[in-house]
Design a protein around this ligand. Structure first.
Ligand SMILES: *Cc1c(COP(=O)(O)O)cnc(C)c1O
Length: 360
C-alpha cells in the first residue's frame, strides 16, 4: 500500500539513548531538560527569537488567540485544516472567511479589507502546504487597521521567505509537529513570537497560569509536552535536512509529469525556500479527480483530498456567503503520496495511472 504519507522513524537506538537518560533522571514532563534542549535547538535551526514547545499545533493556535486577548471576529481562510477554524470557535471568537488566491491557495489579501468590521480583532492565515502567504500585504493591512496577525504554520517547518524564517512574521506563528507532518515529535507543536511579553504570557498559559507553585498569574491550560516527545524531536531534528532533500528530489520527479497533467500545482514564489511538505495537484475538474482517486485506490495508492471540504461549510460556523475559489479548489485538490521512503518507481506508477485515467 502507498499512503499519502508515512511518519519518519529514526534508528531506534538513538531514541533509546534518550530513554536511558529519562530513566536516570525520572523527570518525565513539566518542562524537563529535553523539552528545554529541543526548544533551544529549534530556535537555532530556524533562527527565531522566542519559541515554546507545546502539546500540539492546535493548542498552539489557541494559546496564541488567548495570549493576544482576541475577541469578536477573526478573519481567516476557508482553505486549511479544520483546526484553524475550530480553534477560533473554541476560543469564543467568530471566524470570518475570506476567499483564497487560486494561484497560491492562500488567503487573498486583496479581499481582506472588505471583510473588516468594527468587531474584527485579528487575521489568522495558513501557509497552505508550507507555501508562505503574502505576509507583506497581510502585515501591512494589519498594521494600518490595527489588527493582530497569527500565522498557522503547521505545514511550514523550515520554510524561509526572503532569507528569514517564515515564523518570523506576524505577532505569533504556530507550527505542528504531528506524526504526519514534515518534522514531527509524534504529537507536538510550537509558538514563535518576537515579543518577549507575549512569550511570557504564552508560557504562563501553557502551564495552567502558574506563576510559582502557589500563585496563578492568569487563566491557563495544560499545553505542555513530555520528555518522550521532546526526545523524538531531538533525534528527528538530526535527520530533517536529509528528509527535506529526499522530498525535494521526489517532488522534482513528480514535476516531470506535470507537463502532460490536466491540472496545475500551487505556485511558490521565487523568494521562498520551500520544505516540500506536500505534493498537491489541482485537477481541472472534480470529475477527473474522483475518477483518478478511485483508480489509484483500486491500485493500493491512497492520496488524500486535502483540504476538503472548504471550511465555511462546517456545521458550527455562520455562513456569510460562499468562498467560490476555495470551494472550487477544495473540490479539485489532491495531495499525492510523499514521504522519504517513497521511490521514484512508485511515482512513475502513480503518474502512469493518473495519465491513463485522464486520457481515457
Ligand atoms: C495539522 C494541522 C493543524 C493541527 O496540528 P496538530 O498538531 O495536529 O494539532 C493545524 N493547522 C493545520 C493547517 C494543520 O495542517
Amino acid at each position: 500500500m502507498i499512503p499519502v504519507t508515512k511518519p519518519f522513524l529514526p534508528p531506534i537506538q538513538e531514541y533509546e539513548q534518550y530513554l536511558q537518560d529519562i530513566w536516570k533522571r525520572n523527570w518525565l514532563t513539566n518542562n524537563g531538560p529535553l523539552v528545554n534542549e529541543l526548544e533551544l535547538k529549534l530556535k537555532d535551526y530556524q533562527e527565531v527569537k522566542h519559541l515554546l514547545y507545546v502539546t500540539n499545533g492546535t493548542i498552539a493556535i489557541q494559546l496564541a488567540i488567548k495570549a493576544l486577548g482576541l475577541k469578536g471576529e477573526i478573519i481567516t481562510t476557508p482553505f486549511s485544516y479544520v483546526a484553524t477554524t475550530s480553534s477560533i470557535v473554541w476560543e469564543g471568537c467568530t471566524p470570518v472567511f475570506v476567499d483564497i488566491d487560486p494561484a497560491t491557495c492562500n488567503i487573498d489579501p486583496a479581499k481582506i479589507e472588505a471583510a473588516i468590521t468594527p468587531q474584527t480583532s485579528a487575521i489568522l492565515a495558513t501557509h497552505v502546504y508550507g507555501n508562505p502567504c503574502d505576509v507583506e500585504a497581510i502585515d501591512e493591512i494589519a498594521k494600518r487597521r490595527n489588527l493582530k496577525v497569527i500565522y498557522d504554520g503547521a505545514h511550514a517547518f523550515g520554510v524561509k521567505y526572503k532569507g528569514r524564517s517564515i515564523f518570523d512574521y506576524g505577532d505569533v506563528s504556530t507550527c505542528s509537529f504531528h506524526a504526519t507532518k514534515l518534522f514531527h515529535t509524534i504529537e507536538g507543536g510550537s509558538v514563535v513570537t518576537k515579543d518577549p511579553e507575549l512569550l511570557k504570557r504564552m508560557a504562563y498559559l501553557r502551564n495552567f497560569g502558574h506563576d510559582g507553585p502557589e500563585r496563578f498569574a492568569e487563566l491557563g491550560i495544560n499545553g505542555k509536552n513530555s520528555e518522550f516527545h521532546a526526545a523524538m524531536g531531538l533525534v528527528n531534528l538530526r535527520y530533517v535536512d536529509r528528509i527535506i532533500e529526499t522530498r525535494k528530489q521526489l517532488s522534482a520527479h513528480y514535476d516531470k509529469f506535470m507537463g502532460t497533467f490536466q491540472g496545475s500545482k500551487p505556485s511558490v514564489s521565487a523568494d521562498v525556500v520551500y520544505n516540500y511538505a506536500y505534493y498537491p495537484v489541482i485537477f481541472d475538474s472534480e470529475k477527473l479527480l474522483v475518477r483518478v482517486l478511485d483508480t489509484l485506490q483500486q491500485n493500493w495508492v491512497h492520496p488524500r483530498r486535502y483540504f476538503f471540504p472548504s471550511l465555511e461549510n462546517l456545521p458550527y460556523v455562520e455562513k456569510r456567503g460562499v468562498c467560490t475559489v476555495a470551494n472550487s479548489i477544495a473540490q479539485r485538490a489532491l495531495c499525492l503520496p510523499l514521504y522519504d521512503t517513497l521511490s521514484p518507481e512508485e511515482i512513475d506508477m502513480i503518474f502512469r495511472i493518473i495519465l491513463r485515467v485522464q486520457n481515457n
